[in-house]
Write a protein that binds this ligand. Sequence first.
Ligand code: PMP
Length: 404
Amino acid sequence: MSFFEQILEAVPDSTFAMIEAFKADSNGKKVNLSPGIYRDDNAKTWVLPSVKKAKEILQADQNLNHDISPQMGYPDLVSVARQMTFKDTLDSRTVTSMQTISGTGANHFIARFLSDTLQPKTVWLSDPTWDNHPKIWRHTNPATEQRLYPYYDYKTSTLDIEGMLSTLREKASRGDVIILQACAHNPTGLDPSRENWEAIAEVCEEKEIFPIFDSAYQGFATGDADNDAWAIRHFATRVNATMEFAVAQSFSKNFGLYGERVGALHIVTRTRDSAAKVEGVLKTISRAEITSAPGFGAKVVATIIQNPTLRGQWQDDLKTMSGRLRDMRKRLYDELTKRHTPGNWGHLLTDIGMFSIMGLSQEQVAILKDTFHVYLLPSSRLSWTGLTSWNVEYVAESIHRVVT
Ligand code: PMP
């Protein structure tokens, strides 16, 4: 008898299960609106022109080798990651930064680090949130209770900022952790305004909550990486008061380097003394888990950011990607309103980033998939990257037929 026969069957991850189901679907009209991976107007993976050029530079470099990076990661990547995140808002000696295995790894590392240090009683997650946040926290900190703070008002498709603030004010305790998404919130496409962010920072200070910014879409919200870091940099200006926080950064989307797994974790502390201790703990975890992060993708990102011409090209690439998603929002909105499709569609124009919640029931999402071969996540999250100028009418017609 196998040692493993007693294992309960695992529930498949819904996003990956959807990708498999899509691959197996032989219908020529199928449209995949589930994964958060940028596709061009031909529904093809897009290698950013800035990334292509950086790879040429790296491949021509006779000194390029495959040495292992130091424990905190490839130093040039770590410093450009920090600069992209904070610019000059902080004394860099109070920020501890390390390279991670993409955004997932950064989220995992900070959860692991807090489990060894702060040991939070509660972690607050937005309702709804990226479906991996609860999984990562359950995996790393089973003793930490997970609670949801109001975020998305499903009836009006707007941000429930009052609900969020009052819940935190009334129910959060000192030393709790809150996960905030820095921009282009997944799955809702709804971000707090600058005024809202100020109010959120105030509550975090007042209640002494430790915020983690999950920054997976910097540059995807407005097409400008600096604009999209506003919330993080605002929190950074408050560090002298009672604020300490962390940023889990991904380069998957904004550099199109999904498979290279490039990311960084930054932990901002009030004192330099704490920063040194934080670094010690991170090195211990890193040694046991990964020893050090992979080199190639890190070198691509660093090459782009350190070269003014490539950096300019990358800024254009961000505009190309975010601009195409905005065009698709307008196209689908026009197609739905032209058909007088029942539903609340105005938010499609104002939502931000890769996703929107379409307000469809699970049954409607299932009909879309089974009858029309249009794939959304069960929450009716639509990823704009799957829409193209040639499938948008078909998608609108399918949604129309499902809701009427
Ligand atoms: N955070 C959020 C909110 C995300 O949507 C994603 C990607 N789906 C990630 C983190 C991490 O992605 P990756 O590990 O590919 O960088």
